[in-house]
Ligand binder design. Structure first.
Ligand code: URA
Length: 436
C-alpha cells in the first residue's frame, strides 16, 4: 500500500490496520528504502492529530514504536522493575527523592529521564548539577548500577524507541504535539523499551503544565492507563496540580539541595508528601505491599535515612561527588543574588508556575531548543507560596543569576507572576484524581 493510501484512510476517519501502523513506524525509524518521505509522516501525524486513534490503534502504535529499537531486558536481575514518569512541570524534583525511596523499599528503578525544555525542568539537568554525575552510562554500567544500588538515573539512549525521536521532532514543527494518542504512544513506547513491569504516571495539570485543563489531563491519564495495561504494564496515573511551582526551588543546584533536604527528613511539605505518595504507588505496583503498608514502608525509608543512603550510593556509582550531601557549597553557585518583593501586605493568592519556569529559563537555567546549553548554578527560590502572608517589601523570590543582562526581563516576568489579596486562597489538594 502506498503511504498516500494510509494517509487517506485516517484523513477519512478510517481505522488503520496493524500493517499500516507498522509501515509508518518502520519508516519513522528508518526512512531510507521505506518508500515513505518525511512529508508522508508529517501528513499522517496531522491526520491523526485531527481525527484521533482508537484505543486499539493507539495500543498498536505504542507497541510498534517500542519495538522500533532495542528493548532492555533485566530478567537476570531479581526483583520488580518499576518507574515513574511525569508529564513535566516546574520545580518538580520528585524523581530525585522517590527513586531512592522506592529503591530503599526493594523496587528496582531503571529510571530513564529527560531534559528540561521551555519552562519545564528535566531530571537529567538537575543531576548534572552534581559535579561528576554521569547520566550517560553504557549498557553494562547501567546494569551494574541497577544491580548494586537498585536505582539508575540515566538519559535515553539513541537505540531506544528511535521512531519516537523522528516523530517527536516532526510533531514539534508541524503543530501536532498536543494529541492524546500521540503523547500516549510517545511516552509509553519509551517506557516499554525500558524493560519495566510497572509505571506510575504523574500527569501534571495547570498553567505550568502541558495539560492546562482538567478534562485534558483526565483524557491523557485515562489513555495512558488503558494503553499501558493493553501492553502488559501495571499502571497508575495520578493527576496533580501544576499551577504553582512544586516546593520552593526552581533550577538545578537549588532543586538538588531541596531534594536532599527532603531525603534528610526536612524540606517542603508538598514535595515530601507527593514524593512519598508516588513512591508508595511504585512499591504497590511492584507487588511489595498493599496501599497503606506501602506508604508506611516508604515513610520508614525516609525516617531511617535509607532513602538518603541510596541517593548517596547512586551519586557515587554514577561518578558524582557524594560530598554534596553534607556540603552544598560543592554544587555550582551563581555570583549574584537579587530579590523580587511584595508591593503590598496581604496573602499571596497566585504564583504562576509557567512564569517562574520561564524566568528561570531567562536567567540561563533553561533551554528553548534541546541543543542549548544551560547554567546549573542559576535558579529561583520562592520565599513564600500561595496561602502565606506577606508584608510590603518582603521577598517573594530570591533569584540566583550570573549574567546581569538577562536579569531585567526575568524580573519583569516574576513581578507579574503573583497576586496579593486580603484573603487567603482555598488550599490546593496534593492529588486531583487517580486512575488505575
Ligand atoms: N513527553 C513525551 O515523551 N512525548 C510527548 O509526546 C509528550 C511529552
Amino acid at each position: 500500500m502506498w503511504p498516500s493510501d494510509v494517509i487517506r484512510i485516517k484523513r477519512d476517519h478510517g481505522e488503520l490496520a496493524p500493517e499500516h501502523i507498522e509501515a509508518f513506524v518502520n519508516a519513522a525509524a528508518r526512512l531510507e528504502g521505506s518508500g515513505w518521505e518525511k512529508y508522508h509522516l508529517a501528513a499522517l501525524l496531522m491526520a491523526i492529530y485531527l481525527n484521533g486513534l482508537s484505543p486499539a490503534e493507539t495500543a498498536h502504535l505504542t507497541l510498534a514504536m517500542a519495538n522500533s529499537g532495542r528493548r532492555l531486558d533485566w530478567s537476570d536481575l531479581e526483583g520488580p522493575k518499576v518507574d515513574k514518569h511525569s508529564s513535566g512541570g516546574v520545580g518538580d524534583k520528585t524523581s530525585l527523592i522517590l527513586g531512592p525511596l522506592a529503591a530503599a523499599c526493594g523496587v528496582m528503578v531503571p529510571m530513564m529521564s529527560g531534559r528540561g525544555l521551555g519552562h519545564t525542568g528535566g531530571t537529567l539537568d538537575k543531576l548534572e548539577a552534581i559535579p561528576g554525575f554521569r547520566v550517560r552510562l553504557s549498557a553494562e554500567e547501567f546494569r551494574t548500577a541497577l544491580r548494586r544500588v537498585g536505582l539508575a538515573l540515566v538519559g535515553q539512549t539513541a537505540d531506544l524507541a528511535p521512531a519516537d525521536r523522528t516523530l517527536y521532532a516532526l510533531r514539534d514543527v508541524t503543530a501536532t504535539v498536543e494529541s492524546i494518542p500521540l503523547i500516549t504512544a510517545s511516552i509509553l513506547s519509551k517506557k516499554l523499551a525500558e524493560g519495566i513491569s510497572g509505571l506510575v504516571m504523574d500527569v501534571k495539570c495547570g498553567v505550568g503544565a502541558f495539560m492546562k485543563t482538567l478534562p485534558q489531563a483526565r483524557a491523557l491519564a485515562e489513555s495512558l492507563v488503558r494503553i499501558g495495561i493493553a501492553n502488559g504494564l501495571r499502571m497508575r496515573a495520578l493527576i496533580t496540580p501544576m499551577d504553582v511551582p512544586l516546593g520552593y526551588a526552581v533550577g538545578h543546584t537549588v532543586e538538588v539541595i531541596e531534594a536532599i533536604e527532603v531525603l534528610k527528613g526536612r524540606g517542603p511539605h508538598d514535595v515530601r508528601e507527593l514524593s512519598v505518595l508516588l513512591a508508595a504507588r511504585m512499591v504497590e505496583l511492584a507487588g511489595l505491599a498493599e496501599a497503606g503498608a506501602a506508604e508506611q514502608k516508604v515513610r520508614a525509608a525516609l525516617a531511617s535515612g535509607a532513602g538518603l543512603d541510596v541517593f548517596r550510593r547512586c551519586i557515587e556509582q554514577q561518578g558524582g561527588d557524594p560530598g554534596v550531601i553534607e556540603d552544598y557549597h560543592r554544587l555550582p553557585t551563581a555570583p549574584h543574588t537579587a530579590t523580587v518583593v511584595a508591593p503590598r501586605a496581604g496573602f499571596l493568592t497566585r504564583m504562576n508556575a509557567e512564569d517562574v519556569g520561564l524566568a528561570a529559563m531567562l536567567v540561563g537555567g533553561g533551554r528553548q531548543r534541546l541543543e542549548d546549553d544551560i547554567d546549573h548554578a542559576v535558579g529561583i527560590l520562592c520565599r513564600v507560596k500561595p496561602g502565606q502572608a506577606v508584608r510590603a517589601g518582603d521577598a517573594v523570590y530570591e533569584v540566583h543569576y550570573r549574567d546581569s543582562a538577562r536579569w531585567p526581563e526575568a524580573r519583569q516576568r516574576l513581578e507579574a507572576s503573583f497576586t496579593i489579596a486580603d484573603v487567603p486562597p482555598a488550599e490546593t489538594p496534593l492529588v486531583i484524581d487517580e486512575f488505575l
